[in-house]
Write a new protein. Structure first.
Length: 245
């Protein structure tokens, strides 16, 4: 949510977590001014019967900001519906790629059989959030190994740390061999605005948490541009080698 509200440009927040949605009953609790519409599951079902439904992506989303720069594609309500999404992920990814702007896909805790691998394969940047504690760093190791195998060199992998643990960002980055994109402050009061829809204090927009999220979004956007440049450079190099005598 925080990334979506501070993202440098038009963005769609897609709740792809197989465990279920959070935003409608959290941040949007008192902000929803219209029926939520069919959401992710509705879009998945529409795409299965008509691939052209991707052109009407905005019909399945809700505005998160007054400007409409940030929109929400809310996720499933019942985790049992994750099975219905399984055959539709590739179609959903294609719909995301045809949209205007960037897509932030929240995948929840990766590693289960229901993790939408197709979304990871299409990503330019994959961000893992964790606390710098021994338990969470240890749990991150095998998941990062899986991520590396899935995305290969097609995406940048980065870490976002919540400043609520025993180890420094430098130590975590060195142990996991992954760059730390940002370290966010442990600010429960401000975090509850994003997670639970709590009333924001007057300084919320300029808080350390929101400023940290703004910097994180710009770092991620920069990494995505670097990936695009790398892909374009590879294509140029390939074309040049083919045309060489």
């Amino acid at each position: 949510m925080g990334l979506s509200l501070t993202w440098p440009g038009r963005v769609l927040l897609a709740e792809c977590d197989p465990a279920g949605r959070r935003v409608l009953s959290g941040f949007m609790t008192d902000r929803l001014t219209q029926p939520p519409g069919p959401g992710l599951l509705g879009l998945a079902m529409a795409l299965q019967s008509d691939p052209k439904a991707a052109a009407a992506l905005d019909d399945y989303t809700l505005p998160l900001t007054e400007s409409g720069q940030a929109r929400l594609l809310y996720g499933i309500h019942d985790p049992r519906h994750a099975r219905q999404l399984a055959p539709a992920w590739q179609s959903l990814v294609k719909a995301f790629l045809t949209g205007d702007g960037d897509v932030i896909a929240d995948l929840g805790r990766i590693g289960s059989a229901e993790t939408p691998v197709s979304v990871l394969e299409a990503a330019d940047v994959v961000l893992m959030m964790l606390r710098p504690t021994l338990g969470q760093v240890d749990a991150a190791r095998p998941r990062l190994d899986v991520l590396r195998n899935v995305v290969g060199s097609n995406a940048r992998i980065g870490l976002c740390l919540l400043d609520d643990g025993s180890y420094s960002a430098a130590e975590v980055g060195r142990v996991l061999d992954v760059p730390v994109f940002a370290e966010l402050p442990h600010s429960p009061a401000d975090a509850r605005v994003l997670s639970d829809g709590a009333p924001p204090r007057l300084t919320f927009k300029s808080s350390l948490l929101m400023r940290g999220l703004d910097g994180l979004g710009r770092r991620m956007r920069q990494a995505a541009d670097e990936v695009a440049d790398q892909v374009e450079g590879s294509r140029s190099g390939l074309a040049a080698s083919r045309s060489a005598p």
